[in-house]
Design a protein. Structure first.
Lengths: 119, 207
């Protein structure tokens, strides 16, 4: 379970996905601050301005993929819960998550998966 | 120049059809999770056809305009993966996925983005499954939303000499039980990609 004051970052080039994840998290944790980024660069820009305790990262995105973003964000936020939230469910991507010490949540997005992960 | 008769034989067709079955099984599971309804799959078809003929085959299933998603993939083999629906069913699909979570106005506004994401999930489920079977990585490009007459979807971006190219056409139809939805997943690979694909298949069979 994460601490009470939580800053979340949802990184996904799909507005629909961001919207669904945000709605699920906000329904259980209305006090959490949720920010969105539509690509990897925007995620890094936001992460340079404040600290995040929870980061959900799509993998296949324009400009930078989720792996490249995670490589930068994992050392920047060693205590944060970070996960790939992706339709790219190949073993290679799951292994990349393990190598980067982050979690893996397969799409499609469901309320059960998100709630289970964020607590 | 590779000859299609050197590439395709009964066993190869059987193996590819079974792989497509497995890949589409994963894709159907993802779609089923999204629409909370059973997804029924057709028998896969595997054949060599000209790109031009692809339009003809699909137009027997989709009358009028289509909408969907095209995703180019690279890696151990390469090609285009397509998820297509009759245009008049696409809003119904988005509604089935989003259910009551957004208003009708937002639904119409988000139709394109929602279709792209649905395509992303379905096509990646299938491609990921194939990559794992081959113990190889497939790199999917960003999926692109398409809409319009079938002929323009397949041929608009092709040079005239490529339109007559022979491609491996892998196709599976699916329908969502309890909802009036039919969709089509198609993979198109050129001859050189098929040769690489076949090599992967042979490696699996030899292992």
């Amino acid at each position: 379970m994460l601490m009470t004051e939580v800053n979340c970052l949802i990184v996904d080039d799909s507005r629909m996905s961001r919207m669904i994840v945000k709605r699920i998290i906000a329904s259980t944790h209305p006090e959490w601050k949720i920010e969105e980024a539509g690509d990897g660069q925007e995620a890094l820009d936001k992460a340079s301005e404040k600290d995040f305790e929870l980061i959900l990262l799509d993998y296949n995105m324009p400009i930078m993929n989720g792996g490249e973003v995670a490589e930068i964000l994992r050392p920047r936020f060693p205590e944060a819960k970070i996960a790939f939230l992706t339709a790219n469910v190949q073993e290679a991507i799951k292994n990349k998550a393990i190598d980067l010490h982050i979690d893996f949540i397969p799409k499609p997005i469901t309320e059960a998966k998100i709630k289970k992960y964020v607590g | 120049m590779l000859d299609k008769t050197q590439l395709i034989d009964e066993l190869f067709v059987d193996v590819v059809a079974e792989m497509l079955n497995i890949g589409m099984g994963c894709a159907a599971a993802s779609l089923s999770e999204m629409v909370e309804s059973e997804v029924i799959l057709s028998v896969p078809s595997v054949e060599f056809v000209s790109r031009d003929h692809v339009t003809e085959i699909i137009s027997k299933r989709i009358q009028g305009d289509a909408s969907g998603v095209i995703q180019r993939f690279n890696g151990a083999f390469w090609g285009d993966a397509l998820l297509l629906f009759p245009e008049d069913q696409s809003l119904e699909l988005v509604r089935a996925v989003l259910q009551n979570s957004i208003s009708l106005d937002d639904l119409t506004e988000m139709q394109q983005e929602a279709m792209t994401e649905i395509g992303n999930v379905i096509l990646n489920a299938c491609l990921s499954s194939l990559a794992d079977i081959f113990n190889n990585q497939i790199l999917g490009e960003i999926p692109v939303f398409v809409k319009g007459p079938l002929h323009s979807l397949f041929n608009d971006n092709q040079q005239q000499d490529l339109i007559e190219d022979v491609v491996l056409f892998l196709n599976m139809d699916f329908s969502v039980k309890q909802k009036n939805l039919q969709g089509y997943v198609t993979f198109l690979m050129d001859i050189n990609s098929v040769a690489a694909f076949k090599e992967n298949v042979e490696n699996i069979m030899a292992a």
